[in-house]
Design a protein around this ligand. Sequence first.
Ligand code: G4P
Length: 546
Amino acid sequence: MSGAVVEKSAGESARVSGDARIAVEAGRRRTFAVISHPDAGKSTLTEALALYAEVIDEAGAVHGKSGRRGVTSDWMEMERKRGISVTSAVLQFAYRDCVINLLDTPGHGDFSEDTYRVLAAVDAAVMLLDAAKGLEPQTLKLFDVCRTRGIPVLTFVNKWDRPGREALELLDEVEQTIGLRPMPVTWPVGVAGELRGLVEVATGEFRRYSRTAGGATRATTELVPAEVIAAEEPQYWAAAQDELALLEEIGAGFDEKDFLTGTATPVLFGAALNGVGVARLLDALVELAPAPEARDDAEGNPRPLEASTSGLVFKVQAGMDRAHRDRMAFVRICSGRFERGMVLTHAATGRPFATKYAQAVFGQQRTTVEEAFPGDIVGLVNAGALRPGDTLYSTEPVQFPAIPSFAPEHFAVVRGADAGTYKQFRRGIEQLDSEGVIQVLSSDLRGDQAPVLAAVGPLQFEVVTARLESEFRAPVTLETLSYSVTRRTDAAGAELLKGQSEVEVLTRRADGAVLALFSNKWRLETIRRKFDGLVLDALPAGSSER
Ligand code: G4P
């Protein structure tokens, strides 16, 4: 800025100080998700992070699977029965001078579309690996999404308290399989299953962890001088020193640019269940993970953080709480300061959206949100008109890029089982469609009474059936269709494909996309060869197509 004295109006001054506050607050935010294969320990780690940030005093308060755990997502019977989490919780907590927003992702691959949406709302991801298993299929798939979206990834190697693979071997796998250069931040002393503590790679300091009963309470750490641990554990200490020397030789030191550009990943070791390395992970998030930055709009122009309030809807969820049969839209604030009660514009329709009921969702608890800053997640109640991927803004208009829908691979015709409940059936289908629970396809041929449901994974059908029955009192029957490949076509393509066997053209209700469904990829190829110039575009791959 030049040194010229510029007279400012009161409004301008207020804006300048408001801008400064937005920059400071945004700079304190760390918004991330944990990506992992089921059973790697995501729920355990999520709880442990909350425990070590002192949000909860005992693990077991947030997630629910069995026994000591039992809260988050018992809104749906099915989740409990199957032990899966369909709903995504958002945890916000203060840690050091930062505000951490941890977005939970559904554990099951069938809900990868939901995970994809969540990843549209984060600035970083923690890739959680099981020390015995390394990179697993679901981790790889989610990592691909992070790479596509340019999300920097930290790696946490979990379950070091029990037998597993060698640390160097795991790092090698990460580098060879996904081409991400590992940069260890901590290093284990003792092989998996015989963990004695962790060395801080940058300083060489060694820390030992106290044992806690089942990890329910916080473990304490003790700084142990090198000569003491060297005397106590000569073999493990010597091995760790050799490995650290090797790492230094190959230049595995931390490089911020490589991390932020997605070519390298800081790696931390630990055991979420016993709290080992968890506080260190929180520190790494604060120190290394990026704060929110200007987000590109649909035209590719970055929307400055200080621009007027804007947000991206990344998830819409109904029935989270049996007592409130409402619909909540989860919005990531992208710019400006959000204040409860402000009226935002829904970019898709131009309609105003009142934000009187703005909430934070922590497990099953909801609290009112008075204000929020870029990186924060706000739950907006009564979000009937909002869909995942929608933009909301206050004064300066903006439209963020849509979140692409996955290519469905499972299809079924859904019909009301009872003619008397047709109204409820239609309302239910409409609602589940707009929440993005499943894609709803239709055609003149099939009519409104028998739309086609299109899913990335078959569990989505179970969610739809269960919800139609319990929330809408509309029992349904499903008839599976034997299509497995979807391509996007156009009106001319729809004409050409009419009457072809093993092919059907349907319109996606949510966005009017014309989709061609094929029995299999060979049929697709035959058709492609038969019709020159036929538009058949691939959609983003969901579960099995990688
Ligand atoms: P997920 O959300 O990724 O699916 O995994 P979750 O946290 O549910 O953990 C899966 C299993 O791994 C759980 O055991 C959990 O206790 C265990 N686990 C997680 N982190 C660690 C760790 O650091 N060390 C060890 N040894 N185990 C860990 P479970 O027996 O399947 O379930 P539960 O009965 O303990 O709930």
